[in-house]
Design a protein around this ligand. Structure first.
Ligand code: PLP
Ligand code: TYF
Length: 396
């Protein structure tokens, strides 16, 4: 029965983890998979998360199913985090939250919902985008197309993006990254969000905003600018939120699908359909990560502790971005890689070519995605001089 089944290569990004582990170079540097790292290269559990877990362990009374939409307290905590505490969208009861297994789970719910309820609609993603977007939407059977995002000089191609979005057929879905664009790190300015909103409204498109890095760009509220603008100004918006990065609970699979509808009545209709999609995929989401998030966000003391830790992570990344460019100055390469200091979030499209990436791996034990995407959190003040020297060598 299985004779005809072909072996396919694994995920290129996740494959870097294995390749890095095997490398015996003592100076090796992992700039691959998008996981936050501290100055020592580790991904520790946040203090607020540990404290929340201690409380959960003590107070948890049952492990029964939590329902297809997940724990109501989780939804109540995530909605104001994403849409704003005094959001008119929440005031009007236009938003529904469904807890999901990570942001990936939220994307799959969104994809299946679109396939079932908007069956003839296509979906448009940025070129490039997170490779899993391609897999998830295709797996749901949705016709996928791309709009340009980066130009040949490794800059945000806003004009190209806009021109393409203006041609998208009415009613199609357009996927936008809320902040910290993966893989490029190029984000839209507030002005650019406004321009995109105008086109989306005019073309009557449905925005699906992927919000996997809230708090990693400029701040929890700042990063939500585009999401809140769209949700407040449009009748319908889909948001996929992830708590993997900002709470550091990657393996707990904690995310949320937020469906914004025209009014409370339509929201309830949509919500009932999302429950079916969730049920048919996995029935109920895992509870633990959502419990951690609610425990933190419903307690002012833990919230303050978490916000402080998140700020530390964000500040560290932003400092490293500037220090990276500084470290390249002696090699006359600061200008060439100045984009790294301008981009936002965990990732940078460095402009390094696939051949240069291969040389960095083979000659220096420096690992990143072949597109030239680096996980900036993998930089450290200890490895910056080595990185700069290696980059200079592959630029010779
Ligand atoms: N969307 C983007 C753009 C991402 O980079 C990620 C990252 O891992 C996700 C969604 C999903 O995150 P997770 O499923 O780990 O919450
Ligand atoms: O882009 C990244 O590195 C993260 C983590 O199949 C990731 O989003 C990468 C690949 C994948 C799942 C998660």
């Amino acid at each position: 029965m299985f004779e005809h089944i072909e072996r396919v290569p694994g995920d290129a990004i996740l494959g870097l983890i294995e390749a890095f582990k095997k490398d015996t170079n003592p100076q090796k540097v992992d700039l691959g998979v998008g996981v936050y790292r501290d100055e020592n290269g580790t991904t520790p559990v946040m203090r607020a998360v540990k404290e929340a877990e201690a409380r959960l362990l003590k107070n948890e009374t049952t492990k029964t199913y939590i329902g297809s939409h997940g724990a109501p307290e989780y939804g109540k905590a995530v909605l104001p985090m994403v849409l704003g505490a005094s959001s008119p969208v929440l005031e009007a009861n236009r938003a529904s939250a469904t807890q999901s297994p990570g942001g990936t789970g939220a994307l799959r719910l969104a994809a299946d919902f679109i396939a079932a309820q908007l069956p003839d609609k296509g979906i448009w993603v940025s070129d490039p985008t997170w490779p899993n977007h391609l897999g998830i939407f295709s797996a749901a059977g949705i016709k996928l197309q791309k709009y340009p995002y980066v130009d040949a000089d490794n800059r945000l191609d806003f004009d190209g993006m806009l021109a393409a979005i203006k041609q998208i057929p009415q009613g199609d879905v357009v996927v936008l990254h809320a902040c910290c664009h993966n893989p490029t790190g190029f984000d839209l300015s507030q002005q650019q969000w406004q321009t995109v909103l105008d086109v989306v409204r005019e073309r009557q498109l449905l925005p699906l905003i992927d919000f996997a890095y809230q708090g990693f760009g400029a701040g929890l509220d700042e990063d939500a600018y585009g999401v809140r603008l769209m949700a407040e100004q449009l009748d319908e918006v889909i948001i996929t939120s992830s708590c993997s990065k900002n709470f550091g609970i990657y393996c707990e699979r904690t995310g949320c699908l937020i469906m914004v509808a025209k009014d409370a009545e339509q929201m309830e209709n949509v919500r009932s359909q999302v429950a079916i999609v969730a049920r048919e995929n996995y029935s109920n989401p895992p509870a633990h990560g959502g419990s951690i998030v609610s425990e933190i966000l419903h307690d002012p003391e833990l919230t303050a502790m978490w916000r402080e830790e998140l700020t530390e992570m964000r500040d560290r990344i932003n400092t490293l971005r500037r220090d990276f460019v500084e470290a390249l100055k002696p090699y006359g390469l600061a200008e060439k890689y100045a984009c790294v200091a301008e981009q936002q979030g965990m990732f940078s499209y460095t402009g390094l070519t696939p051949e240069q990436v291969d040389r960095l791996r083979d000659e220096f034990g420096i690992y990143m995605v072949r597109s030239g995407r680096a996980n900036v959190a993998g930089f450290s003040h200890a490895n910056l001089p080595y990185l700069a020297k290696a980059i200079a060598a592959v630029n010779d």
